[in-house]
Design a protein around this ligand. Structure first.
Ligand code: NI
Length: 134
């Protein structure tokens, strides 16, 4: 892939923030940081629309919570068309980690993730989506 060069003018404080980003993310240089920001922005733009994306939802919960697993199963069956697979790990005596792999429009994936994250007893829920060429 050919690379084009261009000059960027930035305010001093913004440049300092860019350099901090380079350090925090261990980017080799500013160009790599700018590439990262552009592609992140493009993916997030796709999330706004009804584009088909792939994603993964990670949930951490206490399986002792009353009705939690029943609710999780009911919601996942309601959205079975979006779910490619799920993996359940028993982290310790109380906690479980579930990873649900998803494919569908970003708005539907977000809606499903919001419903699952809202169940009482879910300690942490994080949805990651990426644009896929489908
Ligand atoms: Ni478990």
């Amino acid at each position: 892939m050919s690379v084009s060069r261009f000059g960027v003018s930035l305010e001093k404080d913004l440049l300092e923030k860019l350099d901090q980003l380079v350090i925090d993310h261990h980017f080799p240089n500013r160009s790599q940081a700018i590439r990262f920001l552009i592609s992140k922005n493009l993916v997030e733009d796709k999330w706004q629309g009804d584009e088909e994306v792939a994603g993964a939802l990670v949930l951490i919960y206490d399986h002792h919570k009353r009705d939690l697993q029943k609710q999780m199963t009911t919601i996942q069956h309601d959205y079975h068309c979006l779910i490619l697979s799920s993996q359940h790990i028993h982290l310790n005596h109380d906690l479980c980690l579930e990873t649900i792999t998803l494919k569908g429009t970003s708005d539907k994936l977000s809606k499903l993730a919001d419903k699952l994250k809202a169940i009482k007893g879910i300690y942490h829920g994080e949805l990651v989506m990426t644009a896929v060429p489908v």
